[in-house]
Design a protein around this ligand. Structure first.
Ligand code: MN3
Length: 202
């Protein structure tokens, strides 16, 4: 079974004005599609074919550049689309709110630290909120298409929220103003989806 580019759960223009439709369309149909196609080509005929993406990433040989870059790119973007949705703006509750309060003191302080991690990632990469065994949450960041599931990368937890800070994620609308994009991203986090991912790790 080859990996497939997932459909978005919303229209390309659904996140405007935070993220513009053209950026979303190119990001999904060109970038994510490219990672998906190249991942499939990289694993075809190898013992990785047929494994879940999580198994591929957690057991990854980090010297395998094609699977590292394209497997990471495939997984990371699947998560990115899922954690965005303008309609769930601001609703963070339940066990995840408790874990965020325990780790950061408040949702506002979490947002500050998450924005700082995204803003200070030099060049291309991602910032993450990860859940560890026992329910503790932590922020980390990774370069390129690396992912905390990969061995020796990031904070080693399960990513439940991720922001893409590659320029292709924001440059058409925000140019060099990454902090403005990060702020907009935080405003449209689908907290219901993030909570579900968190609760699945407990
Ligand atoms: Mn991207």
């Amino acid at each position: 079974m080859a990996f497939e580019l997932p459909a978005l759960g919303y229209a390309y223009d659904a996140l405007e004005p935070h993220i513009d439709a053209r950026t979303m369309e190119i990001h999904h149909t060109k970038h994510h599609n490219g990672y998906t196609t190249k991942l499939n080509a990289a694993i075809e005929g190898t013992d990785l074919a047929g494994k879940s993406i999580e198994d591929i990433l957690t057991g990854l040989d980090m010297t395998n550049g094609a699977v590292r870059n394209n497997g990471g790119g495939y997984y990371n973007h699947c998560l990115y689309w899922e954690v965005l949705n303008p309609e769930n703006k601001g609703r963070l509750s339940g066990k995840l709110l408790e874990a965020i309060n325990a780790a950061f003191g408040s949702k506002e302080e979490f947002e500050k630290q998450f924005a700082a991690a995204a803003g200070s990632r030099f060049g291309s990469g991602w910032a993450w909120l990860c859940a560890h065994e026992g329910g503790k949450v932590e922020i980390c960041s990774t370069p390129n298409q690396d992912n905390p599931l990969m061995p020796g990368v990031g904070c080693g937890g399960t990513p439940i929220l991720g922001i893409d800070v590659w320029e292709h994620a924001y440059y058409l609308n925000y140019q060099n103003k990454r902090p403005d994009y990060v702020k907009s991203f935080i405003d449209i986090i689908n907290w219901n989806a993030v909570e579900k991912k968190y609760e699945a790790t407990l």
